[in-house]
Design a protein around this ligand. Structure first.
Ligand code: PMV
Length: 334
């Protein structure tokens, strides 16, 4: 059995749109921060007696759609390993699933590392990132610690690697609603590509944002990083909202968080807002400002049900050395 842990990542320059649906190649590059909160822990154990994979998700058998996605992913791993053996997969997520908080990124990054280990594939980090990409595009970036850039390109070129420089960053995750999103990012990406008149403009502007973002990291320019982050997120949502039938992920509460970020900046606390395919908003700030940004956003929002979680740069997906220990912890939590 191999157990792996991975954390979600939040993109500062977003991935929205594929150039190849099967290979999960992004139509443009993206850049993200892997966090130190909401880990996913996944164990993969090969079992000769199984006629199909047995997938446990948060303590119960996975929904058929989830189990099918895991099996499709394991088929890729088995093909590379020359194996026909099925596996027991046990996953625990501590991120609200399907609420636009990147549970698929941590989930498939952890599964890629655990499955590669269990099936005996020796993969370097770029190869693990390419493999994780096939499960969920954004998972390619959760292989990497801290700031990661995921390249567009063909199957070989499209992997994530460390940005390797830039200011120390922090994030505050503002959970306005933890419910499941209405349209999956996979379906919504396709609908945006097929029906949004702004899709091509989004791709062109996002490519320019990635170049500007990498330059801002290289010169340690936090203000530029924040400004590009907030603008890039709003451009992605503009392209999504222009789909037909329309898709709108941002809720009234989400917009209040964007407004609060603007007010914090006016008062001298540098925080910039971003949001993925859901209503929750993440504030980007300097690492040393995380606690203050969290306290201020809670105080100013005045939404009693809103949780704000402080986060910092976290580790890339990795195996847990003592697998028995991990199994014990899972048993205790079940
Ligand atoms: O990999 P997916 O299907 O979870 O897509 C993620 C897309 C966004 O989270 C909205 C943007 C991003 O770059 O993470």
């Amino acid at each position: 059995m191999t157990t792996a842990i991975a954390h979600p990542n939040i993109a500062l320059v977003k991935y929205w749109g594929k150039s190849d649906d099967r290979l999960m190649l992004p139509a443009s590059g993206s850049l993200s921060l892997t966090l130190d909160v909401f880990p996913t822990r996944t164990s993969v154990a090969l079992d000769d007696t199984l006629a199909h994979d047995a997938v446990q998700f948060d303590g119960s058998p996975a929904q058929p759609a989830v189990a099918d996605r895991v099996t499709a992913f394991l088929d890729l791993v088995r093909e590379r390993a020359g194996s026909r053996t099925h596996a027991r997969v046990t996953t625990r997520n501590s991120v609200p699933t399907g609420a636009g908080l990147a549970s698929s990124a941590s989930g498939f990054a952890a599964l890629a590392v655990a499955a590669a280990g269990a099936y005996g594939l020796q993969l370097d980090p770029p190869s693990l990132s390419r493999l994780a990409r096939r499960g969920s595009g954004s998972a390619a970036r959760s292989i990497v610690a801290g700031a990661a850039v995921w390249h567009a390109g063909d199957d070989r070129a499209s992997f994530a690697e460390p940005v390797g420089r830039g200011p120390a960053l922090g994030m505050v995750v503002v959970v306005v609603r933890a419910e499941r999103k209405k349209v999956s990012s996979r379906d919504a990406m396709r609908r945006t590509r097929e029906s949004s008149p702004y899709f091509d403009a989004w791709l062109r502007s996002s490519e320019a944002d990635l170049d500007a973002m990498l330059a801002a990291f290289a010169r340690d320019d936090f203000t530029a990083i924040g400004e590009i982050t907030e603008s890039n997120a709003l451009r992605m949502h503009a392209a999504i909202q222009a789909s037909r039938p329309p898709i709108r992920y941002l809720a009234p509460e989400s917009l209040r968080v964007f407004d609060t970020a603007e007010r914090l900046r006016a008062d001298g606390l540098a925080a910039y807002a971003t949001a993925d395919a859901g209503p929750n908003v993440v504030l980007l700030c300097r690492e040393g400002d995380v606690a203050e940004v969290r306290d201020e956003v809670v105080a100013r929002l005045g939404l009693p049900d809103t949780a704000a979680i402080a986060a910092h740069a976290g580790p890339g997906a990795h195996t847990v050395p003592d697998a028995r220990d991990a199994a014990g912890a899972q048993g205790a939590a079940a």
